[in-house]
Design a protein around this ligand. Structure first.
Ligand SMILES: [Zn+2]
Length: 63
């Protein structure tokens, strides 16, 4: 789960879209880009973050 990710690992990860820092969202098991102009959310599956733009959830209001 997301809890396996340490702060040290988070420090190494950046958004592949805009290279901003990522914030861990425990409840959603996602890594969320801290750049408000990007704000992509990357899924974490089995403790492994998938930092792929194709896998990211797009920001904005849900339909
Ligand atoms: Zn970003």
């Amino acid at each position: 789960m997301a809890a396996d990710l340490t702060v040290e690992i988070l420090d190494l990860l950046v958004c592949p879209n805009c290279h901003a820092r990522l914030a861990l969202d425990y409840e959603a098991s996602e890594l969320v880009c801290t750049n408000p102009d990007c704000a992509l959310a990357y899924p974490i599956r089995g403790g492994i973050p998938y930092l792929l733009i194709d896998e990211a959830r797009r920001p904005g209001p849900q339909p």
